[in-house]
Design a protein around this ligand. Structure first.
Ligand SMILES: Nc1ncnc2c1ncn2[C@@H]1O[C@H](COP(=O)(O)OP(=O)(O)O)[C@@H](O)[C@H]1O
Ligand SMILES: [Mg+2]
Length: 289
């Protein structure tokens, strides 16, 4: 227990509610705790989401239009997509902070491999050698394939749009912060973040309609409600979107343990709100029977 700035060792009773901050897909600990403090008192039941599970749930529950087609990795699927579209992307099924993502292109019988940036890591002119090379870079059974989307740019930098969706002190889902992460020049991932801005500002500067923000709110609130019903008991997620130059929106990823410190680059108030809201929800849960 923290007492006037000093940590003291004490034995206490169990808390009435718990904001789960373990980054794992396992529910061993939360199940155990639940068996003591009761059901519906621990959020999120787990935080490390499987991207394929999330994709399947959202696709089957009305959000198909926004879901990037996603397939478990097989050589055949990757080669088909690559030969058909000229480009494809693979990513780990579970969080990688952009590190495990590979992009491929196929043009004039040349396969190019890209990691995080648009500078090729390797150029290979033979299909067998290409497969041999890439399958040393990742564990196929843990990977997913998606089409590579050329998302909109701001000043030549790729950007995404993140909605932080949290339950508030009344137990109601709310969008408590939004931000756009702008990537470094020549990077196709936004995880290494060059700049952070409010979404309305980025939409304005890139000439997109500002009504898109309303749409993002609707979709992200719906995402939270669907996942809570079909995945696990939740109190906090973030939903990341990309937008094509045509205005087409895609959900890139849903995070069950959103990185919030970066919101400090928007404002101190936004940062504080993002950390306090789950505590207020925990207090609501503790008080409810
Ligand atoms: N299908 C895609 N097409 C283009 N860019 C993508 C695609 N999927 C992901 N990205 C980029 O890669 C980044 C990381 O991907 P993401 O799915 O969020 O995995 P993680 O954050 O767990 O590493 C995204 O923020 C986005 O910038
Ligand atoms: Mg991500």
């Amino acid at each position: 227990m923290l007492n006037n700035g000093d940590w003291e060792e004490k034995v206490t009773r169990f808390p009435d509610s718990i904001y789960n901050r373990c980054y794992t897909s396992s529910t061993i600990i939360t199940d155990k705790l639940e068996s003591v403090i009761g059901k519906g008192k621990i959020f999120n039941s787990f935080t490390l989401f499987d991207k394929y599970t999330v994709y399947s749930i959202l696709k089957e529950n009305g959000l198909e239009d926004f879901m990037l087609p996603t397939y478990p990795y097989t050589r055949e699927l990757l080669l088909n997509l690559l030969h058909e579209k000229g480009t494809a992307l693979i990513k780990p099924a579970k969080g990688s902070m952009g590190a495990g993502i590979l992009r491929f292109t196929f043009q004039n019988n040349e396969y190019k491999v890209y990691k995080q940036t648009f500078y090729p890591l390797k150029i290979i002119n033979n299909e067998d050698n290409f497969i041999l090379y890439i399958e040393k870079l990742f564990k196929p059974e843990n990977y997913l394939i998606q089409p590579f989307i050329s998302f909109g740019l701001i000043d030549g930098h790729v950007f995404d749009m993140r909605m932080l969706v949290q339950k508030n002190k009344n137990g109601i889902w709310d969008v408590t912060a939004d931000m756009s992460r702008v990537g470094y020049r020549n990077f196709f991932v936004t995880n290494l973040t060059y700049g952070v801005q409010r979404i309305h500002k980025v939409l304005e500067d890139t000439g997109f309609d500002k009504s898109i923000l309303t749409k993002l709110r609707e979709i992200s609130l719906l995402t939270a409600k669907i996942l809570e019903e079909k995945l696990c008991f939740l109190g906090e997620i973030s939903v990341d979107f990309g937008i094509e130059p045509s205005g087409k929106l895609w959900i890139i990823e849903v995070n069950g343990k959103p990185e919030k410190t970066v919101l400090g680059r928007i404002s101190k108030e936004t940062l504080q709100k993002s950390f306090i809201t789950p505590i207020e929800y925990a207090a609501y849960l503790a008080a409810s029977s």
